[in-house]
Design a protein around this ligand. Structure first.
Ligand SMILES: *[C@@H]1O[C@H](CO)[C@@H](O)[C@H](O)[C@H]1NC(C)=O
Ligand SMILES: *[C@@H]1O[C@H](CO)[C@@H](O)[C@H](O)[C@H]1NC(C)=O
Ligand SMILES: *[C@@H]1O[C@H](CO)[C@@H](O)[C@H](O)[C@H]1NC(C)=O
Ligand SMILES: *[C@@H]1O[C@H](CO)[C@@H](O)[C@H](O)[C@H]1NC(C)=O
Ligand SMILES: *[C@@H]1O[C@H](CO)[C@@H](O)[C@H](O)[C@H]1NC(C)=O
Ligand SMILES: *[C@@H]1O[C@H](CO)[C@@H](O)[C@H](O)[C@H]1NC(C)=O
Ligand SMILES: *[C@@H]1O[C@H](CO)[C@@H](O)[C@H](O)[C@H]1NC(C)=O
Ligand SMILES: *[C@@H]1O[C@H](CO)[C@@H](O)[C@H](O)[C@H]1NC(C)=O
Ligand SMILES: *[C@@H]1O[C@H](CO)[C@@H](O)[C@H](O)[C@H]1NC(C)=O
Ligand SMILES: *[C@@H]1O[C@H](CO)[C@@H](O)[C@H](O)[C@H]1NC(C)=O
Ligand SMILES: *[C@@H]1O[C@H](CO)[C@@H](O)[C@H](O)[C@H]1NC(C)=O
Ligand SMILES: *[C@@H]1O[C@H](CO)[C@@H](O)[C@H](O)[C@H]1NC(C)=O
Length: 577
């Protein structure tokens, strides 16, 4: 909204009113110019004009007062850059405005009964406009830019026509709205999505329900640092969070390349706790429908067995969006069968139901014409219908991954039908081979971890007051990888001692169940109590994530956080203490 100026303040008045600028509040008649700012009471945030690196433009924004590296969290005029001669003020009618010569950009546009309003920058980073009775008329938290701060919302409220979504910058030097938007899906699944223009770029696997009330990113649920809450009513749904420790600085940003990053200010730099999508295979429908993605192979997309590229020409040119279609249509009945894919990350969108057996699950897919595949674990039968999106094939030596049964027409099933005893033998042999591979991988890894320590330590006699020491610094680079990492050494405990401390993981010691496995109370010989997180085998959590996480918790030796004493990795068990 750009409109002609209706009035112009005398220069003298400006000089006079700007005198007492080092405050947290702008009142009618006050102005900010390109070199004056307001600062929140606790000196957390600063509001004023800023100039992006290598840019001649000026913007009104909010940034961390004491952080120089990538500090901007909010921008008032993303679409309307101004010059150094602009002012930011409260207009006669009580609205926030940016004036440059005769041009006015209205940051807020409200009709107010009384123009006696004031704008205050809070320590949360929220700029609030209040009337004389201190009722909030407007707040910057309701108009997010690219940064999702504690206390902000991600979602929508249809009653007040509000959408809390986050739009990337065009580039790192250009805050104007970019291609990527972080938002909450308004469908029943309530997933978090990154849109690239109008197309889905990434969506969280997890949806927000009553039970799994945790964020997609696994790490912070175990850090016990973030308190996420999800509100869902008929007209409104949003995700919000706060941080238990009020001196911790953390935020989410959606950057110009479409990466959603979770950052924590630690040791004078932004540490990245998480970044999504982690790799191209996680980009929504990167390989199109009915294909599998594996970043270890080249090209990274391939059609599922029994499928062929929908457009061979596009496919061969590395454009996989068209996906794959069936070589032979399903017969919708007895002539169809299943092809087993092992070690996959399951496709998106499925329905899960409880069944008595594998056979029940198999037949419920077989008898349903629209079923295109199923997966079965512990009585949970997941059924996919229609297209299969984002199936990922993991390498054989990866310790995570699930079995997926792909429904195919009989003619597309493997022609060399082995006799069942042959089949059984093959299965047994491959199980043994796989187990050997894992066991040796684990052994190699354990040797690496243990280094001089010969065996896992005894948790029961561990001195809780000892804390892990920070050691060598290591930096990894790469778009899809964690950019900044410090290694810390963490003690490794024996499984038997962990088991003893938790009374054999007894139910009475169970404290709760997180998204990635149960948490137990453990008791040490000296009476100290510890929390023991046993990562579930289905969590899909690999060693790398566990290691990253353990290192992260190790780094975060904060008084209010649960301290990481160590971990235990033995056989299939991955445990954090
Ligand atoms: C902004 O206001 C301050 C305080 O009144 C003044 O010293 C400074 O010269 C002004 N800067 C510009 C660019 O007008
Ligand atoms: C504006 O409101 C403040 C209280 O928020 C009050 O102290 C002040 O006197 C009011 N000013 C006018 C001109 O009414
Ligand atoms: C502030 O409160 C007073 C007394 O309740 C009321 O008369 C007045 O209209 C209120 N002002 C605004 C702007 O709501
Ligand atoms: C954003 O979209 C435009 C138009 O589709 C494209 O030219 C540009 O490369 C995109 N930018 C990024 C960072 O993807
Ligand atoms: C977590 O956040 C919710 C909603 O803001 C709040 O009601 C609850 O008290 C918070 N929990 C803790 C432990 O701070
Ligand atoms: C943080 O919390 C402590 C105790 O609750 C309080 O004394 C302190 O003022 C708070 N700090 C900030 C910056 O809010
Ligand atoms: C593939 O993904 C794995 C796990 O996400 C990662 O460790 C590896 O570096 C990726 N490889 C490539 C070539 O991107
Ligand atoms: C993928 O397979 C499903 C189920 O067989 C089918 O409905 C869909 O049309 C296929 N997609 C493409 C792009 O051929
Ligand atoms: C097939 O399964 C889907 C998903 O479970 C269900 O919505 C549909 O009604 C089923 N169709 C038949 C014919 O059972
Ligand atoms: C089966 O589903 C239930 C409810 O959806 C869930 O609590 C449980 O963890 C699932 N079990 C497995 C092995 O996935
Ligand atoms: C898995 O195998 C591939 C190729 O055989 C190898 O490059 C990779 O390092 C192995 N990964 C692990 C974790 O052993
Ligand atoms: C196994 O696959 C998962 C999912 O892609 C990946 O995150 C993990 O790093 C892999 N683990 C190994 C040891 O390659």
């Amino acid at each position: 909204m750009v409109s002609k100026t209706r009035f112009w303040y005398p220069f003298i008045l400006l000089m006079f009113l700007c005198a007492g600028a080092a405050m947290d509040t702008i009142r009618p008649g006050n102005h900010l110019n390109s070199s004056t700012t307001v600062v929140s009471v606790g000196e957390m945030f600063e509001l004023g004009f800023f100039q992006p690196t290598d840019s001649e433009h000026y913007y009104v924004g909010i940034w961390y007062k004491n952080i120089k590296e990538d500090p901007v969290v909010w921008i008032a005029n993303r679409d309307y850059p101004v010059t150094a001669s602009a002012f930011f003020c409260i207009s006669d009618d009580g609205n926030l405005e940016i004036k440059q010569g005769r041009i006015i950009y209205r940051v807020t546009d409200m009709t107010l009964p009384n123009a006696n309003v004031s704008a205050t920058l809070l320590d949360s980073g929220n700029l609030i406009l209040r009337d004389e009775n201190s009722s909030i008329l407007w707040q910057s938290f309701d108009f997010p830019s690219h940064t999702y701060l504690p206390g902000m919302k991600l979602g929508y409220d249809t009653r007040i026509q509000s959408t809390w979504s986050y739009v990337s910058w065009k580039s790192s030097n250009d805050p104007s709205p970019g291609n990527f938007t972080l938002k909450l899906d308004s469908g029943p699944e309530k997933q978090i999505m990154i849109m690239n223009g109008d197309a889905i770029y990434w969506r969280s696997y997890r949806s927000w329900g009553d039970r799994d009330n945790f964020f997609e990113f696994p790490v912070e649920t175990r850090l016990n640092m973030y308190n996420f809450s999800f509100v869902s009513e008929s007209d409104t749904a949003y995700l919000t969070y706060n941080i238990y420790t009020n001196d911790t600085i953390s935020r989410f940003t959606i950057d110009a390349t479409g990466q959603l990053r979770q950052l924590l200010w630690l040791d004078n730099e932004w540490s990245m706790l998480n970044s999504q999508p982690m790799q191209p295979c996680e980009v929504y429908a990167y390989c199109g429908a009915n294909s599998s993605c594996s970043n270890m192979s080249s090209p990274i997309c391939s059609c599922l067995p029994g499928f062929k590229p929908s457009s061979v020409e596009f496919w061969n040119n590395g454009d996989f969006k068209e996906g794959c279609s069936r070589k032979n249509e399903l017969q919708c009945g007895k002539n169809d069968g299943f092809h087993l894919l092992t070690k996959v990350i399951l496709p998106q969108k499925h329905l899960t139901q409880e069944v008595q057996s594998f056979g029940d699950c198999r037949s419920s897919c077989l008898t349903n014409c629209s079923c295109s595949g199923f997966s079965y674990t512990d009585r949970n039968c997941s059924i996919w219908t229609g297209e299969l999106i984002n199936l990922q094939q993991l390498p054989v030596n990866n310790s995570s991954g699930t079995d997926f049964y792909l429904k195919l027409a009989a003619t597309d099933l493997e022609t060399k039908k082995e006799s069942s005893s042959n089949m059984r033998r093959t299965v047994i042999v491959s199980v043994i081979v796989t187990m050997t591979v894992f066991t040796s991988a684990f052994c190699i890894w354990q040797v690496k971890v243990k280094r001089d320590k010969r065996k896992g330590q005894d948790l029961l006699s561990f001195e809780v007051t000892m804390s892990p020491s920070h050691t060598k610094k290591e930096q990894c680079k790469g778009r899809w990888q964690v950019e900044h990492e410090k290694e810390v050494e963490i003690p490794l405990f024996s499984f038997s001692s962990v088991s003893a401390a938790t009374d054999n993981f007894s139910f009475s010691n169970k404290l709760g169940e997180g998204g990635f496995g149960p948490v137990y109370k453990g008791k040490l010989l000296k009476g100290d109590e510890v929390a023991v997180k046993r990562l579930s085998r289905q969590s899909g959590q690999g060693w790398d994530e566990l290691k990253n996480e353990a290192m992260l918790i190790g780094k975060l030796q904060h008084k209010n956080l649960v301290k990481l004493l160590g971990c235990c990795i033995e056989r299939d068990e991955k445990i954090l203490i």
